[in-house]
Design a protein around this ligand. Structure first.
Ligand code: SF4
Length: 228
């Protein structure tokens, strides 16, 4: 596998950590609101990073940075991800993984092997509207449900998060999501923001008041529901 991008510093992506973010290439989904089209559509991939140079950077920054966020694309597509995570671990980094939850066995293996410390899992929508929101004609919901169940067991610190898009989400979706994720530790609503990198044009976010309404719907199910 390759890494296709490095954000050298983030104070936002990894809760309570000073971190950098590494981006993998490739994804099994095609969420129309995806902000990372150049990491999802193979012929748009940028040049891969030189891994030795990346390791040099991480060695030099290990006194300043606490953690590394592994994002994508979908990092768990890559069977050899653990080989890279071990090298980051050896440099003393804590590791956060961003995932769409489609690969529960790989997720569990990395957690059980002690190679990740925090998971941020996307919840694209209610189960009824999941495949459409993920931009694919069919989806293995069982796999996503398995990842949710695994995280709900609190084997590892985690958050669920939904990018909220006017064309895909309604109040009734958030009732369904609340029932599904009931008792979750943390759930973030992230408003959709358009950019030139988005897979599909003409999508819209919600107003602050609308987001707060969704939060109110979710709070009885997940008391730590936040707007990001
Ligand atoms: S938003 Fe995430 S899961 Fe969806 S296409 Fe983009 S990288 Fe893949």
């Amino acid at each position: 596998m390759n890494f296709y991008g490095l954000q050298k510093l983030t104070l936002l992506d990894y809760p309570e950590k000073v971190a950098c973010t590494l981006f993998t290439g490739g994804c099994n989904l095609r969420c129309p609101f995806c902000q990372n089209s150049e990491l999802v559509i193979p012929n748009l991939y940028p040049e891969p990073l030189d891994f030795n140079q990346l390791l040099d950077f991480l060695k030099k920054r290990s006194q300043i940075l606490d953690g590394i966020c592994i994002s994508g694309g979908e990092p768990l597509l890559h069977e050899d991800l653990s080989l890279y995570l071990k090298q980051f671990r050896n440099l003393g980094y804590t590791i956060k993984l961003d995932t769409n939850g489609c690969f529960p066995e790989h997720l569990k293996k990395l957690v059980n092997d002690g190679l990740i410390d925090y998971v941020a899992m996307d919840i694209k929508n209610s189960k009824k509207h999941y495949y459409k929101t993920a931009g694919v004609s069919s989806i293995n919901l069982k796999a996503i449900e398995e990842s949710v169940q695994f995280l709900l067991q609190n084997s590892i610190p985690y958050e669920f998060r939904t990018t909220v898009v006017k064309e895909f989400h309604t109040e009734s979706d958030f009732i369904s999501i609340g029932e599904w994720l009931r008792g979750a530790h943390t759930y973030y609503l992230q408003n959709f923001i358009s950019s030139s990198y988005v897979l599909e044009s003409n999508l819209h976010g919600f107003s602050k008041e609308e987001l707060e309404r969704f939060q109110t719907i979710l709070l009885p199910y997940i008391s730590n529901t936040k707007i990001r």
